[in-house]
Design a binder for this molecule. Structure first.
Ligand SMILES: [Zn+2]
Length: 334
């Protein structure tokens, strides 16, 4: 079985390694880790899927073999929970890589759930409603996610941009968690599909942009560095996440990769990945305020910020922002 054969969107295979599941080896993997659901009392809270249906967090489970669940996934979860439970510290490159893998599992899990629900419905109706290209892109997404269990060498690049910021915490632990994602399936008129996930857990805000080959990180890390030592209010984190998501949707090229896989069957053999497509002069198409505003409100409406939000983000050309104090300095909110 090679890495690309492991990608199954059905209930009979492990979502990660592709192993056929039987009564003996079958288990469920929680998309949002149980420790997070416990600490933030999420079990019965509901998350909006892409088609706007609401599903309780506790039901967000995907089929997984016992081996993956008890070995690579549980090891990853231990490392991540240790990292996220400690006092805020700037992440190392290695921490960022681990968080990328963890974020990949969460977003893949949600898309998996989404697509299996959609295709169940579609089978009864008109066939697949998920464009084939999107599944192909997801194949690459899945391939990179298998770095959870085997070594990958991304040669002189990372396929993702990840931003980690310090966020404010509140006495009520339920207020110390947020989740939003942004997924376009070729519907914003750009070439590439865009996938982004943002999570706020305790002191940590994590924004991960998938398959942008690290360009946002390269150009915009400094926007995040301005907030060093200034923990972000949840609404500031929301704004940064929405800006990152919109920017990602403007990517002008479709990232494609070449993977060298010396031994398909060995989980120890390292996979070498190089990018084979590159942007021309402009990495992103030009920013459009109206489209950004639409995206912002579409994400924000699923958060608890309703009462804090204005009707519009723009008064003429003036942009309402929670990030700036009006004199070019980062705004400190409490
Ligand atoms: Zn497995």
């Amino acid at each position: 079985m090679n890495s690309f054969d492991k990608h199954h969107l059905n209930d009979n295979h492990c979502f990660l390694c592709g192993e056929l599941l039987s009564k003996k080896n079958r288990s469920d993997e929680h998309v949002i880790p149980e420790w997070i659901q416990r600490e933030h009392n999420l079990w019965d809270k509901k998350l909006a899927l892409l088609n706007h249906t609401l599903i309780p967090y506790r039901q967000l489970k995907i089929p997984c073999c016992r081996k993956c669940n008890n070995e690579s996934l549980s090891q990853m979860e231990n490392e991540i929970s240790k990292f996220l439970k400690r006092k805020f510290e700037s992440p190392t490159k290695q921490d960022e890589y681990k968080l990328f893998q963890w974020a990949s599992k969460i977003l893949y899990g949600l898309l998996y759930k989404e697509m299996s629900l959609a295709s169940n419905l579609a089978q009864r109706a008109t066939g697949s409603i998920v464009p084939k290209e999107f599944l192909e892109n997801l194949l690459t997404f899945h391939h990179f996610m298998t770095s959870i269990q085997r070594p990958f060498n991304f040669v002189n690049f990372t396929p993702y941009s990840i931003f980690i910021v310090e966020t404010l915490t509140f006495d009520d632990s339920e207020k110390n968690f947020d989740y939003f994602d942004f997924v376009t399936i070729g519907n914003l008129g750009n070439e590439a599909d865009a996938l982004m996930l943002a999570l706020r857990v305790q002191h940590y805000g994590i924004i991960c942009v998938f398959q942008d080959n690290g360009f946002q990180k390269q150009f915009f890390q400094k926007q995040f560095d301005r907030f060093q030592g200034i923990p972000l209010h949840p609404i500031q984190f929301l704004e940064l996440a929405c800006k990152t998501a919109y920017k990602h949707s403007l990517l002008t090229f479709s990232p494609r990769y070449s993977s060298l896989i010396p031994d398909f069957n060995s989980n120890n053999s390292e996979i070498t990945v190089i990018p084979i497509t590159f942007p021309d002069e402009n990495i992103w198409a030009s920013w459009d305020n109206d489209t950004y505003e639409k995206l912002f409100f579409s994400i924000a409406k699923n958060t608890g910020f309703g009462a804090l939000l204005p009707d519009s983000l723009y008064i003429g050309e003036k942009h309402l922002t929670w990030l700036d104090d009006g004199h070019g300095n980062p705004l400190k909110m409490i």
